[in-house]
Design a protein around this ligand. Structure first.
Ligand SMILES: [Zn+2]
Length: 82
């Protein structure tokens, strides 16, 4: 199987970590992730593969306060990195 890669920066995705301590399961189809390399939001599609969100998914995700908070956390950490 070809390892999945970020649709933004093409880095190979080697691991995914849940941000929900009560649900540490691996990502399921439809779950959303953020690439730690470039901040690309991606949607898990099954068998560990990911895709960039469709325009409809982007519109839905833009209204998700948890995702907006996660993206802001990524951006804050990226600014703090040397
Ligand atoms: Zn990336």
């Amino acid at each position: 199987m070809i390892p999945p890669c970020c649709p933004g920066c093409r880095r190979t995705i080697q691991a995914a970590t849940s941000t929900v301590p009560s649900d540490p399961a691996p990502p399921r189809p439809g779950d959303v992730g953020i690439c730690i390399g470039c901040g690309q939001v991606m949607v898990f599609t099954g068998h560990g593969h990911v895709k960039a969100p469709s325009s409809q998914e982007q519109a839905e995700l833009a209204r998700d306060p948890d995702l907006r908070r996660a993206i802001q956390t990524f951006l804050d950490q990226a600014e703090d990195s040397p």
